[in-house]
Design a protein around this ligand. Structure first.
Ligand code: SAH
Ligand code: SF4
Length: 371
């Protein structure tokens, strides 16, 4: 019941059937609901008054009963390689960040699922301020639509979505699953499930639950260490769901969905990057059809780590590959624009606390240099 009440206030989170039901309740034909959904997501209207196919009385009624507000961009930073990072302000003034990334195959977007994160991984900026709240499905989807408006015109349209921004998606399970269903709607953005990657720090029960949803999205598991002692040091969640629970869950997901699981591994100098650790990782994953993505760590000033030298990252990759495990190094994009997850938001929050709110012109930092 609570759920229904919450949804009623958030039109951007409505599925097409809910739009139709609202229209029926208002004495309107069902197809008006279909039109509403299409105009919100395909035409990206800013308010009901722009839904030109609706009669004026309906537009006014909807505005009175179900007002909505799109995300507002506060900062837009564009790097030389066109990677674009956007700080969005939500209706309640909270902020999240979204990154649009250029690739050889097209454009991908990395969206946030929570305001902050409660899981406190020791190398990540998102956990520094803790979690303020979950995003609802409409707020996650609106990052894709509003970022499409703001990204450089030279970029091809967004064709892949990664739930890899601020937050732990499986700690906001219901809204994240709803977002995945919403973005897949043919009358909306019509994105195939296989074009979506969900990255998790390893909330084991939620991985099993997701495997049963019939949503074949790619699962990326943030591993970062091949043994419990090291992983628990980097990721407190490992104490609740250690590797002997996490690995079978990831394997189950892979078997159930037919999707190859990706393991993410941020390379931290002299912490998890020794060649012996690479061999241990290869042993852990032996016999799996999985993929390892080595991530050059983006420095977070508050945290006591250094990125691994690139030579070491390559040697580490070679050892994993020699053990017949697919392994690549993530290309570093947009390095000059606080590209680490949660870093821009964290810096802005810190600045706001000390200096009060400032406005940035899109793409230009305060000293007039590009972001
Ligand atoms: N909470 C989820 C998704 C968001 S983080 C998760 O942990 O998987 C997305 C990825 O970025 C994770 O693999 C995370 O470990 C990694 N990451 C976090 N901070 C990073 C940093 N400073 N440099 C490189 N990767 C980082
Ligand atoms: Fe949260 Fe993921 Fe960052 Fe860990 S790595 S603190 S789970 S966002």
């Amino acid at each position: 019941m609570q759920r229904a009440l919450d949804d009623a206030k958030v039109p951007l989170s409505w599925m097409p059937e809910q739009w139709q039901q609202v229209m029926v309740d208002l004495g309107q034909p069902r197809y008006r609901g279909q039109q509403g959904f299409e105009w919100i997501w395909q035409h990206a209207v800013d308010d009901y008054d722009q839904i030109l196919v609706w009669p004026k009385t309906l537009r006014q009624l909807m505005q009175q009963r179900y007002p909505f507000q799109r995300l507002r961009s506060e900062t837009v930073q564009e790097a030389a390689d066109t990677t674009t990072k956007i700080l969005f302000r939500l209706a309640d003034q909270q902020r999240v960040e979204t990154v649009v990334l250029p690739h050889a195959y097209g454009t991908s977007i990395c969206v946030s699922s929570q305001v902050g994160c409660n899981l406190g991984c020791t190398f990540c900026a998102s956990g520094l301020l803790g979690r303020t709240r979950n995003l609802n499905a409409g707020e996650i989807l609106d990052q894709v639509v509003m970022a499409s408006r703001l990204m450089p015109a030279s970029m091809p349209p967004i064709s892949r979505v990664d739930l890899m921004g601020i937050g732990e998606p499986l700690d906001n399970y219901q809204e994240v699953v709803r977002f995945i269903r919403l973005i897949h709607q043919p009358q909306g953005l019509n994105l195939g499930y296989r074009h979506i990657t969900l990255s998790t720090s390893g909330l084991v029960p939620a991985i099993y639950r997701l495997a049963d949803e019939d949503l074949p999205v790619t699962l990326a598991v943030s591993l970062h260490a091949p043994n419990n002692a090291l992983r628990s040091r980097l990721m407190p969640i490992n104490r609740a769901y250690p590797l002997e629970k996490l690995m079978p869950a990831a394997r189950h997901y892979s078997e159930q969905t037919g999707r190859r699981v990706t393991f993410e591994y941020a390379m931290l100098r002299d912490v998890n990057d020794s060649l012996e650790t690479a061999r241990e990782l290869a042993d852990l994953l032996a016999g799996w059809s999985c993929h390892v993505n080595l991530i050059p760590w983006n420095p977070v000033p508050e945290e006591p780590f250094q990125p691994s030298p690139m030579m070491r990252v390559r040697s580490f990759r070679d050892i994993v590959q020699q053990n017949a495990i697919s392994c690549t190094i993530r290309k570093e994009l947009g390095q000059e624009i606080d590209a680490a997850c949660g870093q821009l938001r964290h810096r802005e929050e810190a600045d706001h606390r000390s200096e009060g709110i400032r406005q940035f012109a899109p793409g230009i930092s305060e000293n007039g240099e590009p972001g």
